[in-house]
Design a protein around this ligand. Sequence first.
Ligand SMILES: Nc1ncnc2c1ncn2[C@@H]1O[C@H](COP(=O)(O)OP(=O)(O)OP(=O)(O)O)[C@@H](O)[C@H]1O
Ligand SMILES: [Mg+2]
Length: 274
Amino acid sequence: MPVTNAKGADTLSAGRRASQDPAIRFVDVEQRFTPPNRPAFNALQEITFDIADSEFCSIVGPSGCGKSTLLNMAAGLLRQTSGEVQALGKRVEAVNTDVGYVTQDSNLLPWMTVEKNIELPLKIRGYAKADRARLVSEWIELVGLEGFETSYPHQLSGGMQKRCAIARTLVYDPEVVLLDEPFGAVDAITRTVLQGVLLDLWSSKRKSVLFVTHDLNEAITLSDKVVVMTRRPGTVKAIVPVDLPRPRDVYEIAEHPRFAELHKELWSLFKSEI
Ligand SMILES: Nc1ncnc2c1ncn2[C@@H]1O[C@H](COP(=O)(O)OP(=O)(O)OP(=O)(O)O)[C@@H](O)[C@H]1O
Ligand SMILES: [Mg+2]
């Protein structure tokens, strides 16, 4: 399977590390699960692809094909059965603190307010109090949660919880960001707004992003390339470079003539897997 990197036209921000090492590399990865009282099965097999430094890569595939499992491996939360997973040139062998991970279920701490949830990773990393306060308030504004600083997660809508989880992950500026369907529970308008926020951030800071979505339009709008997976056992069916110009306006990019062609190509790969 050839691996193609389609870099966008945005420039690297000053001081950003340029690296030859891929942000994440999967090499012939297999994941076998043995659930209690059920036969063992392969969730993933022969998975080989890279996310290049500062690349925006999406994964699409049917439910249960192993997308979250791949992200869990990249985050070092799950050890693959065979093959190798690397992050920033190093083999992932334990919890990977170089990556920020917005999990599918958000994982906010229910006993902490919005601002305390967002502050927590900064506290863990030893940021000074004044820096923590500044960063938390910057991020609350960026994700549009002003006025909800002292709310608890159960007092927020699903979309607001997602925005809080995104702020909590990006606030400490991780080089590599894993996002598992971050906008799935968000209404269509907020979703477009958040796609714009994410794209602006990525353009200015040039993070490496691995982004899981079910939405082909979203994958095309945001990505440099889209990895299409087969149904279980999940394998890489195709890697489609997204050769749309950057910077992209999330409100207008779908009108680009190439957008419809890419959608057609992705849909023809995707539809036989669902
Ligand atoms: N810890 C586990 N033990 C046993 N089976 C598991 C475990 N984690 C995941 N699975 C199974 O592996 C397969 C892949 O799961 P995964 O959550 O990665 O799918 P997914 O592509 O993220 O699906 P969705 O789009 O619904 O989120 C599923 O069949 C799931 O039931
Ligand atoms: Mg999942």
